[in-house]
Design a protein around this ligand. Structure first.
Ligand SMILES: N[C@@H](CCC(=O)N[C@@H](CS)C(=O)NCC(=O)O)C(=O)O
Length: 216
């Protein structure tokens, strides 16, 4: 069977290029594996059939000849199990990749999401401004630690892996609000990873779907 990845038929412009099927498309492109995007909309999200595939009605969900699964990080790790393009073949090297994927999703992304969330409030709202300052400080401390790790390195673990892929998709959400620009090592790292041809192909595929299905 052809590998399948679910993606939204269309999302508003602010979300285009950021929907998490991008992670899976990028991993498949790095691994050189063909896939079919299964396009879904709100009605599909709510359907019992789709909830049996993705319990929360979200994208991406994934299936190949051997497995049906969800959660972008888990899917990318599954692909990394089978592809040297995404992780080294030795068990210790793969364990390091897993550690960094979880660090990106568990030790950095929640702080990034919180900062984005509170940054969207009116700064005149004193409660939201205080929460924003708090989350900004927590995020900055994680980013400073990450920056220290990546100083003088091209990648997290000596070569491009699934961990760089996931971390890049977390960091790129911090470009527009100016956060990443305050960490030049991380900004350069993100640019280096996004310059990979496989990233370009994944992004082009997501965006072309939205162009083709734009509301009249
Ligand atoms: N932890 C999940 C998050 C997936 C997620 O947040 N998907 C968003 C798009 S980026 C979505 O489907 N949102 C619609 C919804 O939650 O109803 C993963 O990484 O796969």
């Amino acid at each position: 069977m052809t590998t399948q990845v679910t993606a939204f038929r269309w999302v508003p412009p602010f979300a285009q290029g950021y929907v998490r099927d991008l992670r899976v498309r990028w991993a498949l492109e790095e691994a050189g594996l063909p896939y079919e995007a299964v396009l879904i909309d709100g009605a599909t999200q709510a359907s019992a059939d789709y909830r049996a595939w993705q319990p929360f009605g979200q994208v991406p969900a994934y299936r190949d000849a051997g497995v049906e699964m969800f959660e972008s990080g888990a899917i990318v790790l599954h692909l990394a199990e089978g592809s040297e393009a995404l992780a080294p073949r030795d068990a210790a090297g793969r364990a390091r990749v897993t550690a960094w994927v979880l660090a990106a999703l568990n030790s950095i992304e929640p702080f990034a999401q919180a900062q984005i969330h509170f940054g969207a409030f009116d700064p005149a709202n004193a409660w939201a401004a205080a929460k924003f300052a708090q989350t900004q400080a927590l995020l900055d401390s994680r980013l400073a630690a990450l920056s220290a790790w990546l100083e003088g390195k091209d990648h997290l673990e000596g070569r491009f892996t699934a961990a760089d892929l996931i971390l890049t998709t977390v960091l790129r959400e911090l470009v527009d609000n100016g956060t990443l620009g305050r960490f030049p090592v991380l900004a350069a790292y993100r640019e280096r990873c996004e310059a990979r041809p496989a990233f370009g192909r994944a992004m082009a595929a997501q965006l072309s779907t939205f162009r083709e299905n734009a509301p009249a």
